[in-house]
Design a protein around this ligand. Structure first.
Ligand SMILES: Cc1cc2nc3c(=O)[nH]c(=O)nc-3n(C[C@H](O)[C@H](O)[C@H](O)COP(=O)(O)O)c2cc1C
Length: 178
């Protein structure tokens, strides 16, 4: 169970800032600008060498990234809206353009430029991605208020079984109620 309030806190990208990163062909970060570090809550050094999914947010449907990689592999630019995860568990939204970096006609890296997006689009995209997660992965994001003793029970079970609290709730409802 996610017990940090940070996951509901948004960091907004200032309108005059550009988030820049480059990756090798497998998606490992080779360059990150200072703005990327600041907005994601990491140090530049912590980002270099890490797979770009270090900032992957669980609200993002898998199919979005599948399309991203398929588009890049066709040699085309991918454009889209991405909700990213900060180091502290918070999030930030960006409009991103991802494309190849060529040297003497040979693909050597990928690069991404990201800018802020307006509030209306964030709401629209959150709904779109929620629906995609539900349709494609049968997964929904739910916030519930439980009595404290139930929360402690779930957390104790999760510790005992070395799994997430989400899995405990899923298993209990899946096995006994239906
Ligand atoms: C240049 C470049 C930039 C990327 N930027 C992001 C990003 O900002 N956020 C993100 O979640 N994935 C980004 N990706 C996609 C990730 O490599 C990865 O496919 C995605 O996070 C999904 O992770 P998964 O394949 O482990 O599920 C980027 C990929 C490339 C090539």
């Amino acid at each position: 169970m996610q017990t940090t309030y940070q996951m509901f806190v948004e960091t907004t990208v200032p309108s005059d800032e550009l988030i820049v990163s480059r990756t090798d062909l497998s998606g490992k970060i080779t360059y990150a600008n200072e703005t990327f570090a600041q907005i994601s809550g990491y140090e530049v050094d912590e980002l270099i060498g890490k797979p770009h999914n270090i900032v992957r947010h669980p609200d993002m449907p898998h199919s979005v990234f599948k399309t991203l990689w398929e588009t890049l592999q066709r040699g085309e630019m991918w454009k889209g809206y991405v909700k990213n995860l900060r180091k502290d568990g918070g999030y930030y939204w960006v409009y991103a353009e991802v494309s190849g970096v060529y040297k003497d006609g040979v693909l050597i890296e990928y690069k991404s430029l990201r800018v802020p997006m307006d509030e209306e689009t964030k709401v629209k995209m959150q709904r779109t991605y929620d629906e995609k997660c539900e349709q494609e992965e049968h997964k929904s994001r739910v916030v519930v208020y439980l009595q404290s003793d139930l929360v402690h029970k779930v957390e104790t079970l999760a510790r005992e079984k070395a799994c997430s609290s989400d899995k405990i709730i899923n298993d209990i409802l899946g096995d006994t109620l239906f």
